[in-house]
Design a protein around this ligand. Structure first.
Ligand code: MF3
Ligand code: CO
Ligand code: CO
Length: 252
């Protein structure tokens, strides 16, 4: 069941979204060569508490840390580690989800460290632009699958043959981290649900330089890698369907 949020709930989503954006922004400023993803995690954890909120990932279905840090060929759900030291040429996704006044705000973005190859720079820019193409379709009466259509159409105009990840989707969000509906980032004709004012969900495409296929780390059961070892990028915003269009809740 897709929830329609009340006015009071929407205000809490606005507050949680704004805080998530600020936390991601502050956390991002700690990223530089020589810093480990664990140090980034620890900063974010403490800063989130200092702002009166909690990190949603910590202990969520057994996730062991407070943020996801997905480096290079990691698609999503990377676990922060002391050994993962950021170096020149890396690309890194930081995914922050806060719980503030019982409501969730979920957002992620890429960071390019130092000199990144032109093709990789393009992957990152195209992924962000693809997210916006998806978000721009949001309005009452539009179909949920318009988002994936727009993302897939946009990326198909690029000369690189990108893989759009299918194994993970965006999601409804509110008092729960993951609610209905799933939001696919590729064309999924069978999803016919329509957007209604008061729905809140994320748009968070993951785009690979190679195949869309992924595998999950056998040991940690979380880290998702590209099957072919290619690099992967992701951007995410939490969005609200308004009376006539949309509002991005996790924008600074
Ligand atoms: N923030 C991720 C998302 O966008 C979910 C992470 S689940 C976790 O949906 F357990 F890995 F934190
Ligand atoms: Co999300
Ligand atoms: Co997220």
């Amino acid at each position: 069941m897709i929830q329609i949020k009340s006015k009071a709930e929407i205000q809490k989503m606005i507050d949680a979204g704004k805080l998530a954006a600020e936390v991601l922004n502050e956390t991002g400023q700690r990223i530089r060569p020589g810093v480990s993803t664990l140090e980034i995690n620890d900063f974010c954890h403490k800063y989130t508490l200092r702002r009166g909120a909690k990190s949603a990932p910590l202990n969520y279905r057994g996730f062991p840390k407070s943020i996801c840090t997905s480096l290079n060929n990691v698609v999503c759900h990377g676990i922060p580690k002391r050994e993962d030291v950021i170096k020149d040429g890396d690309i890194l996704n930081i995914d922050v989800t806060v719980i503030y006044n019982e409501y969730h705000g979920d957002t992620s973005r890429m960071f390019m460290i130092g000199a990144v190859k032109a093709e990789v720079h393009q992957l990152v820019n195209d992924t962000e632009a693809a997210m916006w193409e998806g978000i721009k379709t949001i309005a009452p009466n539009k179909r949920i699958n318009d988002i994936g259509d727009a993302i897939q159409n946009f990326l198909s105009t690029k000369k690189t043959n990108y893989g759009i990840v299918r194994a993970f989707t965006g999601h409804g969000i509110g008092k729960s981290f993951h609610e209905d509906p799933p939001i696919p980032h590729y064309s999924q004709r069978e999803i016919r649900d329509r957007m209604r004012p008061g729905m809140t969900f994320t748009v968070e495409p993951m785009v690979n330089l190679g195949t869309h296929e992924i595998y999950i780390d056998k040991k940690d059961k979380w880290t998702a890698y590209t099957k072919d070892g290619s690099l992967s990028a992701q951007y995410e915003h939490t969005c609200l369907v308004t009376e006539d269009s949309y509002q991005v809740l996790t924008k600074i």
